[in-house]
Design a protein around this ligand. Structure first.
Ligand SMILES: Cc1cc2nc3c(=O)[nH]c(=O)nc-3n(C[C@H](O)[C@H](O)[C@H](O)COP(=O)(O)OP(=O)(O)OC[C@H]3O[C@@H](n4cnc5c(N)ncnc54)[C@H](O)[C@@H]3O)c2cc1C
Length: 466
């Protein structure tokens, strides 16, 4: 305790940390409890916001006041039934009230157009991640949360078996902040080359980070909690990654039209079924295979002029660089440095296998336009010949957004150890595990909000009643 005050320290300035800090401060004020809330953020003020700041922040809800009835089942299915049903049930239950609460702080929710493929319904905060960070920071400051930037959380101090302080480094000095409770909201370990190599193998440390905010998430919170014996959860070989334009220097220049053509490696060979599912069902493994298996960690989406006829095709291309364009495949191959003879053979074999009626092509759903079974690897949807010049190519690399392996938390956002909560320690957002196999589409920001808010409220409640 400092004076009569108790202290909550929240680590991280993304959706989870901001929601936690704001809800802790509001809960304390509502109950008249003397609790001081501090948010410690590693980045400088102008760069704070982690992944959240760069994210469009699509959120898997049917409308702002409703999740789909199948939400919990869908989450379990996405995690190949390794996920914690109680956790996802709480997420579903609290989502509408959480969105109402966020909206009450000046953030409007809209029903956005997505890329091209439809999939589950989603809502989006108008203005995306930048608006989340700006408006929740404003609200938290108004609620008297103290912000410390350039402040790196390093270690949790424990006294009498519960959280007592947080060791931070700021301006080259180490100090211990008094902390009766801590909320860990400082992201996954994607920005930590060594941890990436340990969990994903050689070469993982060179994977492109999808946004400028991604690099700050270096597994610090996971390591701090592990030192206390925290339980782990999630798939330590799981990551959310997407294919981006290799030439672009922008944040998240994703290219999501590859299902409508073919993808080859630099030798001109196809290496996966581009049409196996909707783009958000194949992007993670495509990005991973490109990085870890394709020679030179690069792939090329090859399309023809029919791409330009797909309604709103630009929605699925967020690169600022135009595709390489050529009137012949041979010239295209030369321009992108792909073996021209092999590319000609690959496209010829692919075209010969495109026997379905091209009129059933529909970019927005799995259209069943499957290539002949003789084609290897198969193409399960959108199999239309590539024959109408100009031919187009996008060089692609896999870029990581976040990792799945993290801390085990219960449905009160408490960090667990040997089946019981560690007194005074909470966590929310990317730092928590819970995801397995594939990222459930459009759930990362939603769960950061929901469990960030729960963590803040629980941390305040825990101190208020002690
Ligand atoms: C380009 C892009 C698009 C995305 N699109 C979507 C989408 O549409 N829908 C969706 O659900 N998800 C999406 N995601 C993922 C989602 O945005 C994130 O997983 C989510 O915002 C994570 O929130 P968070 O608060 O847990 O972490 P972050 O927002 O990453 O915040 C973590 C914070 O902790 C700070 N930090 C790290 N270590 C320390 C330390 N030691 N001390 C102090 N501070 C520290 C970081 O600087 C950062 O500010 C996307 C991500 C990106 C990058």
């Amino acid at each position: 305790m400092s004076g009569n005050f108790r202290n909550i320290v929240v680590i991280g300035h993304g959706a989870a940390g901001l929601a936690a800090a704001l809800s802790a401060a509001e809960e304390a004020r509502r109950r008249g409890w003397p609790i001081k809330v501090t948010l410690a953020e590693k980045a400088a003020e102008g760069e704070a916001g982690g992944n959240t700041r760069w994210s469009p922040s699509y959120m898997r809800m049917a409308t702002p006041d409703r999740v789909e009835p199948s939400f919990v089942h869908d989450m379990l299915e996405a995690t190949t039934f390794q996920g914690d049903e109680t956790y996802f049930a709480r997420l579903a239950k609290e989502a509408p009230a959480t969105v109402r609460w966020i909206a009450s702080h000046g953030i409007e929710f809209i029903q956005p157009t997505y890329y091209l493929a439809k999939g589950p319904p989603r809502i989006q905060p108008s203005g995306g991640g930048p608006t989340i960070v700006k408006e929740l920071t404003r609200a938290a400051k108004k609620a008297d949360v103290v912000f410390r930037y350039d402040c790196v959380a390093q270690e949790i101090a424990i006294e009498d078996g519960r959280v007592a302080g947080l060791v931070v480094a700021q301006n080259g000095m180490r100090e211990t902040l008094l902390a009766d409770a801590i909320v860990l909201a400082c992201g996954g370990f994607q920005g930590n080359g060594e941890m990436m190599r340990i969990h994903f193998g050689e070469g993982a440390e060179t994977m492109r980070l999808i946004s400028p905010g991604t690099r700050f998430n270096t597994g610090d919170g996971i390591k701090m909690a592990m030192q206390l014996g925290a339980e782990l959860s999630g798939d330590w070989n799981g990551m959310h990654a997407e294919p981006i334009d290799a030439r672009s220097k922008n944040s998240a220049p994703v290219v999501l039209v590859y299902p409508y053509g073919i993808v080859v490696d630099k030798n001109g060979h196809r290496f996966f079924d581009e049409g196996r599912g909707l783009v958000h069902e194949t992007w993670e493994w495509f990005a991973r295979d490109t990085h870890f298996k394709a020679p030179g960690s690069i792939a090329f989406a090859i399309l023809d002029s029919r791409l330009l006829e797909i309604a709103d095709y630009q929605r699925a291309i967020r690169s600022d660089v135009l595709p390489v364009r050529s009137d012949t495949l041979a010239e295209l191959a030369k321009s992108i440095g792909v073996d021209a003879d092999n590319l000609a053979l690959t496209v010829a074999a692919y075209n010969a296998a495109c026997l379905g009626d091209p009129n059933i092509f529909d970019a927005t759903r799995c259209d069943g336009l499957v290539a002949a079974r003789t084609l290897q690897p198969p193409k399960s949807n959108w199999a239309r010949a590539i024959s109408l010049p100009p031919f187009l190519a996008f060089p692609l690399v896999g870029a990581i957004a976040y990792t799945f392996g993290g801390l085990a938390t219960d449905d009160h956002a408490r960090v667990m150890r040997n089946g019981a909560p560690i007194p005074g320690l909470f966590a929310a957002g990317e730092i928590t595990g819970h995801f397995y196999a594939a990222a459930p589409n459009a759930v990362s920001v939603l769960r950061a909000f929901v469990f960030g808010r729960i963590a803040g409220r629980e941390a305040a409640g825990d101190l208020g009643v002690r």
